[in-house]
Design a protein around this ligand. Structure first.
Ligand SMILES: Cc1cc2nc3c(=O)[nH]c(=O)nc-3n(C[C@H](O)[C@H](O)[C@H](O)COP(=O)(O)OP(=O)(O)OC[C@H]3O[C@@H](n4cnc5c(N)ncnc54)[C@H](O)[C@@H]3O)c2cc1C
Length: 462
């Protein structure tokens, strides 16, 4: 990956005069925003923490005047360098804009600032009987702004879909410095092309969001986790296909961990996980009336797939997902440096994908493990290799090629960041990629917003 060296930051005095102590070039501030959860090296030249849309506009106009990159940042948990200022510039830290501005229980809508942590929003909504459905594994730390920036998915996206489905309004500042508000509180709208799905997942390249309006869902009366050992004669692909379209089973999550990850989780939680093909982690949503019948139907379904024994029930679903969410941390300890991928394939291609990746690991002679949002064809293969090594580039390339060859995507939920931009055209097709580049130029004429991300390295935005 080539990288331009940052030049000296121009007009620091102007920035400091506007933001006072909320702008800094001190190492103590820069260190906090230098990297994210990826191996992409960052080199921010300043840190700024805006407090409202007007300040964000001031910052964008300043950056335009001096052609300085601005890289929006929530919690910095991105896995492909989405929130890293790898071309220098200012890290725009939204963690100080973390107010929940309004909750309308009757409409099941919340209006928040982008820096609100996903788990904090859930904690406020819980007593109202509501929740914000996207719950990525990083939900204890990641922000709603970051979830919107990457169109994050969560364990429950099997039932509820990705963040994009839950955003109904956005307010912010374009890279041109123009302020905008768009969206509706109506549950439906058919007023031409919808800009919100385009802005969701834009990784801070089109606009900086200052307010986000999201839809909420009612917490179901009963919600429990289910653990299932997957025997050697039942492949993950078989399970994924069997659960496809089965809304009648009340499943909100269909997750899979391979044998190695199951062992790590078992050590941490005390759960006994002994399947030769790892374990399924399911979640069922029910009412008091449907709970019994759904449990029985799930048991019959699993038996019908050839899975012996009784599934085990974990009553506290949140505890269940917190434990699963810690898997990454546990694997850091267990595996050390590794690359963490995020590919998606059609459900019919699950088992072929696993075979292709086994070949990749064999060819390079490196161990690998995997966990997945199984019901959505989204696999996270992790290869034990130094992410900064040249061989890691080759391994990543082979993983992406396998997913693409099987009709899938190189990025199912994490985004493209600095690592996957070269695949932009392949993912969208030439004509649509050109259209999206044109949108980028309209929104951000000087290319100051998160340069080097998305859009491809060739014929990209200015
Ligand atoms: C342990 C772990 C588990 C994870 N599990 C999942 C998972 O299950 N599903 C999943 O999808 N992802 C997962 N991720 C990836 C990551 O947590 C998500 O992408 C998350 O949404 C990022 O949120 P953040 O607040 O950290 O955003 P950041 O990383 O800070 O930013 C993400 C992107 O959003 C942009 N952005 C942030 N704020 C704004 C704003 N105000 N305006 C415009 N753009 C903005 C940034 O520029 C960047 O491009 C995981 C990561 C880790 C480390």
């Amino acid at each position: 990956m080539t990288q331009e060296l940052p030049q000296d930051l121009p007009d620091w005095a102007g920035l400091a005069a506007t933001f006072g102590t909320r702008a800094s070039r001190a190492e103590s501030h820069l260190a906090r925003v230098r990297g994210d959860a990826s191996p992409v090296p960052g080199q921010p030249q300043a840190w700024v923490s805006p407090r409202n849309r007007e300040e964000v506009r001031e910052l964008v106009l300043w950056a335009r005047r001096h052609r300085v990159p601005l890289v929006a940042r929530g919690a910095g948990t991105s896995l492909d360098g989405e929130s890293v200022a790898w071309k220098g510039g200012v890290a725009v830290d939204f963690s100080g804009m973390d107010r929940v501005l309004e909750i309308r229980p009757a409409d099941q809508i919340a209006r928040v600032e982008p820096g609100v942590v996903n788990a904090s929003l859930q904690a406020i909504l819980g007593p109202l009987g509501l929740f914000f459905p996207p719950n990525p594994g990083s939900w204890m730390t990641s922000t709603v702004g970051g979830n919107v920036g990457t169109n994050a998915s969560g364990f429950r996206s099997f039932r509820y879909g990705p963040t994009r489905r839950w955003v109904t309004g956005l307010e912010g500042v374009l890279g041109s410095g123009e302020m905008f508000e768009t969206g509706t509180l109506s549950r439906k709208r058919s007023a031409g092309p919808d800009p919100i799905p385009l802005l969701v997942g834009s990784e801070g390249t089109l606009a900086l969001f200052t307010e986000i309006t999201v839809r909420l869902a009612p917490i179901p009366p009963r919600r429990f986790g289910v653990l299932v050992d997957l025997p050697g004669n039942v492949t993950p692909g078989t399970v994924a296909r069997a659960f496809q379209g089965r809304g009648d089973l009340g499943l909100s999550a269909v997750e899979w961990v391979d044998r190695s990850v199951a062992r790590v989780l078992a050590t941490e939680t005390g759960w006994s996980l002994e399947g030769a093909h790892g374990a399924l982690l399911l979640e069922v949503e029910a009412s008091p009336e449907t709970e019994g019948p759904l449990w029985d139907a799930l048991g019959r379904e699993l038996a019908g797939m050839g899975i012996p024994g009784s599934p085990r029930r974990i009553e506290d679903a949140d505890h269940f997902w917190k434990a699963r969410g810690r898997a990454g941390e546990l694997l850091d300890r267990e595996m050390g440096p590794r690359i963490r991928e995020d590919v998606g394939v059609p459900l019919s291609q699950w088992d072929q994908l696993l075979e292709r990746l086994e070949e990749v690991a064999r060819r390079h002679g490196i161990p690998w493990i995997a966990y997945a949002h199984l019901g959505e064809g989204n696999l996270h293969p992790n290869f034990r290799i130094d992410p900064a090594s040249p061989e890691a580039v080759a391994v990543r390339g082979e993983v992406w090629a396998a997913a693409r060859d099987l009709g899938g995507t190189v990025s199912a939920e994490h985004g493209m960041g600095a690592l996957k931009g070269a695949h932009f055209e392949e993912e969208h097709g030439r004509t649509v990629a050109a259209m999206l580049r044109s949108l980028k130029r309209d929104c951000d004429p000087d290319g100051i917003l998160n340069p080097g991300k998305l859009y491809g390295p060739v014929a990209g935005p200015p």
